[in-house]
Design a protein around this ligand. Structure first.
Ligand code: GLA
Length: 341
């Protein structure tokens, strides 16, 4: 029985099987002509400290996303201090390997320092001041990588599970149009860049309705939105094929592309896994919550391989609107599901 050591290896095998290609093919070659295949990379891979990881990424993938290095708290930790070093290395790594480089992300409620929403007396900013801060950040970060980063997650996770707008500090201070403004500023900073809305659980009906409404509004307001990223933090049962298809078709009908932007498939039994991709929820994961710490039983390994085949079957069916499928983490050992964020 073959034991796959990583998402990449498992999915490469799926690629080979579903396309009838030879087992030695790479992921990016197996899907050539259909969509790009990506990995979220970490600082150590881009800096060459994890040489095996970097080599695997270079061999298998033709697009990368930064796991953490372009998030606000990393790249802009203090009001007047940017930390471009790791992000520069990330972009250089992608260029060296001729990859499509994704920027993740510009406006999010998580992994953003508290000062962003406050003045120097720690009082909440008003609308104009926060818009100015958002504008400065986007112009600086997107501007720095203009023409090099090909597409940006402009706004991440702006919706609640019931499809209503998440009452983040962005929404509370700026108001409903903060998303539109973020898209406007990103387009101003790099008119050629693709711009995305990115979220999880959009395969659930209520949240999908909310996202469709959001994209419709953005388009009506003239926003340059290229695609919606379905994060794809999946498990062995969810989303069903019907749910996955419905989400893809809903955005296709609006004339935007779709990507699977953060794919991972959780194999833990339902009682042991997080019901959400909310990063704060990972903190409660306890060591004893993993029944497979000593290794994955073959039966589960087979179920995982089948599940990848099922999901990739859907992605291939809609390859005309699917721009990329990106795995979140290069190997299981890198995964945020192991609390490595
Ligand atoms: C969300 C974010 C990602 C990553 C994952 C898991 O999906 O978009 O940047 O943080 O959570 O960590």
């Amino acid at each position: 029985m073959i034991r796959f050591r990583s998402f990449a290896a498992a999915a490469a095998a799926v690629a080979a099987l579903s396309l009838g290609a030879r087992a030695q093919t790479t992921l990016k070659d197996a899907y050539h002509g259909f969509f790009r295949i990506g990995a979220a990379v970490n600082t150590r891979q881009c800096a060459g400290q994890d040489a095996a990881g970097a080599a695997l990424v270079a061999a298998q993938f033709n697009t990368i996303s930064p796991e953490n290095d372009l998030k606000w708290e990393r790249i802009h930790p203090q009001p007047d201090a940017y930390n471009f070093g790791p992000a520069d290395q990330y972009v250089q790594f992608g260029e060296k390997n001729h990859m499509f480089i994704v920027g993740h992300n510009l406006v999010w409620h998580s992994q953003v320092p508290r000062w962003v929403f406050q003045d120097d007396q720690a009082k909440p900013l008003d609308r104009d001041a926060l818009l100015k801060r958002m504008h400065d950040h986007i112009m600086t970060v997107v501007g720095r990588y203009k023409g090099r980063i090909g597409g940006w997650d402009v706004v991440n996770e702006a919706l609640n599970e019931d499809g209503t707008p998440r009452r983040s500090p962005w929404l509370q201070i700026i108001g409903d149009d903060y998303i539109q403004k973020a898209f406007e500023y990103a387009h101003e900073a790099d008119p050629q860049a693709e711009l995305y809305y990115n979220d999880y659980n959009l395969e659930n009906d209520a949240k999908l309705k909310g996202a469709v409404e959001l994209v419709r509004k953005l388009k009506a307001a003239g926003a340059h939105i290229t695609a919606v990223g379905l994060q794809g933090h999946d498990n062995l049962e969810w989303p069903t094929v019907a749910q996955q298809e419905a989400a893809i078709l809903a955005f296709k009908a609006l004339g935007v592309k779709v990507s699977i932007s953060e794919l991972d498939v959780d194999v833990l039994p339902a009682a042991n896994r997080q019901p959400t991709a909310d990063v704060s929820a990972t903190a409660v994961a306890a060591a004893n919550s993993n029944p497979y710490a000593a290794g994955l039983p073959d039966s589960v390994q087979q179920a995982l391989a089948k599940r990848y085949a099922e999901l990739f079957g859907v992605f291939l069916k809609y390859h005309d609107v699917m721009s990329r499928v990106t795995f979140w983490g290069v190997t299981d050992g890198d995964s945020w599901k192991n609390d490595l964020n």
